[in-house]
Design a protein around this ligand. Structure first.
Ligand SMILES: [Zn+2]
Ligand SMILES: [Zn+2]
Length: 322
């Protein structure tokens, strides 16, 4: 199957987009050039009616997000343009960043449950990292008492998670971080399925889980280990996807989360293995490049081989892209 849509894209309206050319107009032109029949814009947004936005999300309000919809040109070269959003789900607090009535204003909504790079917002730092920070904070405070507790603790907080992880000595490690991430991927997916606002959103608008079970921000080696824990629980994955399908919620086949082997085959890719289970459980799919640049939209061509590896044909696509 040739993939002729892309529903996961970020223009300059997303704070994480650094391509000055990534305007809505440029995306629409590129969608036409790539032969898409349906193309969606899905900037990161947090509904300000929901308390608990992180600093990063505070400026990405709904009104701001709608500015992108006004930038959709009148002439789309015949490409059907959908206006969507990628909101947020914080598994650690069971907080979905969008109310159903707000979601209804969009053509579709992507919900990620694994933005695990957003520490202490989406996922709590693991206990070893947390313990290291408190030792560091205490040491700073002891050496420089004039700073006081709050400043010392803030200083200890400025090190990045991965930096602290690298500083941990073997005897300071009690947590298997990849197992911790795999457990979180399961628990955040399962708590999302029970979240009342999730059910409300799913009832009002076509809804998709963005990059399901993909722990963001990890190295390839770490990701492989996370997948080994996930795939060791096939029945649990199947049950989770079955629940998801019962809500009519589909899955985002997120191109960047798949890796071909040296022969260009996706057959042994662990993300493919996860999505095959989802297909068996009855989930429908959309494809997305998750591109933050005009050039990145070209990655959709990898989608054809990925679709084949998972076993996705027209029948398995969500109605919205048909
Ligand atoms: Zn995402
Ligand atoms: Zn995205």
């Amino acid at each position: 199957m040739r993939v002729t849509h892309d529903l996961h894209t970020h223009t300059l309206f997303s704070s994480c987009c650094y391509d000055p050319e990534a305007t809505v107009r440029a995306f629409v032109d590129k969608a036409h050039e790539l032969g898409h029949t349906v193309f969606g814009i899905s900037n990161h947004l947090w509904d300000e009616k929901v308390p608990g936005a992180s600093g990063w999300y505070k400026g990405q309000t709904i009104d701001y997000g709608f500015e992108a919809s006004y930038a959709i040109p009148a002439d789309t070269h015949g490409v059907k343009i959908l206006f969507g959003t990628e909101t947020e789900y914080c598994g650690m607090t069971d907080n979905l960043g969008m109310l159903p009535e707000t979601a209804a204003r969009f053509d579709y909504v992507l919900i990620p449950h694994t933005h695990t790079h957003m520490k202490n917002f989406v996922i709590a730092e693991n206990a070893d990292v947390k313990a290291y920070r408190s030792r560091l904070s205490a040491a700073i405070e002891e050496k420089f008492p004039e700073l006081g507790h709050d400043v010392a603790s803030r200083m200890a907080g400025t090190l990045r998670y991965q930096e602290v992880k690298a500083l941990l000595k073997d005897d300071e490690k009690t947590v298997d971080d990849e197992k911790y991430l795999a457990d979180f991927c399961f628990s955040s997916f399962e708590s999302l399925m029970k979240n009342p606002n999730f059910a409300g959103v799913a009832a009002k608008v076509p809804t998709f889980i963005a990059h399901p079970f993909w722990a963001c921000g990890e190295t390839r080696q770490e990701i492989e280990r996370v997948f080994s824990f996930l795939l060791a629980e096939r029945d649990r994955l199947y049950a989770d996807f079955e629940t998801c399908a019962s809500f009519g919620v589909g899955l985002d086949v997120n191109i960047g989360t798949y890796r071909a082997d040296e022969n260009g085959s996706y057959g042994d890719d662990p993300m493919v293995a996860v999505m095959r289970i989802a297909k068996d459980a009855g989930c429908k799919f959309i494809f997305g490049t998750d591109s933050h640049s005009v050039k990145g939209l070209e990655n959709i061509r990898r989608g054809d081989a990925i679709a084949e590896a998972i076993g996705i044909g027209e029948k398995e696509l969500a109605d919205i892209v048909k």
